[in-house]
Design a protein. Structure first.
Length: 282
């Protein structure tokens, strides 16, 4: 399965719009504002005059043009939006109140569009779980957080048992329904800070921050019970679906690929042991 990526040559239209001079760079530029040197650091305080506001907008526009990262663009837009809203309280901007309000609306709309694109490029379109790219970003974050705070982090590699046989027997639409059903059960069972992503095909990776190994295994066993209690009905047939799981906990100084690799090996060991079981990584 291919996963969507954003490159410098294939950015979404709205991301390109974020750096378009007509959309953000000159929201309300006066005839001759005093411009701050490109790349300069904006003051911490909100602008108190129109001239200072226009200088800030130019600075934000420069920052947007210099990045291809949507998260950075959204963060810059949020800064610009905060300062635009702050201008509602200044006397000097009273005459330009309508223009400032329009600028605020445009920034809000663009920010919403970029947030939507960010979600879509990190989301599996079938199951609505994270896709491979979203998983990699989330795991990188969680590994850094666990290392920084010295807290446990477990990952669980899940693989649906006999999935090829299910597809061959009942068709790919039935297989798709099984994938969606599994993700729904996992999302209903996990905590709000746990994450589920489609790693590839019928494989899913679950991130369990703050969970020790024993607790993570108990969660996986509970998921297997839930799956057995809620069979899928397809063309008047109940499809009993099981899955095998490998669970690994982050070691000191371990990198994300190594952690996933150990969970993956444990999952294959669960397959060798007869499937529909949970195995912890060595």
């Amino acid at each position: 399965m291919e996963y969507p990526t954003l490159t410098g040559k294939e950015e979404p239209a709205v991301a390109a719009q974020a750096r378009n001079d007509n959309n953000v760079v000159h929201l309300a530029i006066p005839p001759a504002p005093a411009r701050r040197k490109a790349g300069g650091k904006a003051p911490a305080q909100s602008p108190s005059t129109a001239a200072e506001y226009f200088q800030r907008i130019e600075l934000y526009a420069h920052k947007i043009r210099q990045t291809k990262d949507i998260d950075n663009i959204i963060e810059t837009l949020e800064e610009a939006l905060r300062e635009t809203r702050a201008l509602h309280t200044t006397n000097e901007m009273a005459a330009a109140r309508q223009q400032v309000a329009l600028a605020e609306q445009r920034i809000e709309r663009l920010k919403s569009e970029l947030e939507l694109v960010t979600r879509l490029v990190r989301e599996d379109q079938l199951t609505r779980a994270l896709n491979r790219r979203g998983l990699e970003d989330a795991l990188k974050r969680e590994v850094a957080r666990a290392t920084r705070s010295d807290t446990p982090l477990c990952v669980a590699m899940i693989d649906i048992d006999n999935f090829k046989h299910l597809n061959d027997t009942h068709g790919h639409q039935a297989g798709d329904k099984v994938l969606v059903h599994l993700v729904e059960i996992i999302q209903d069972t996990l905590r709000t800070n746990d994450l589920i992503g489609r790693y590839g095909g019928e494989e899913f990776l679950v991130l369990l921050p703050g969970s020790p190994l024993e607790a993570a295994c108990e969660v996986m066993q509970r998921l297997q019970t839930q799956m057995a209690q809620k069979p899928i009905v397809w063309e008047n047939l109940e499809l009993c679906v099981t899955f095998s799981v490998g669970v690994a906990t982050l070691r000191p100084a371990e990198i994300a690929p190594a952690l996933i690799g150990r969970a993956d090996k444990a999952m294959y060991e669960a397959k060798r042991k007869g499937k529909n079981c949970v195995v912890t990584a060595a």
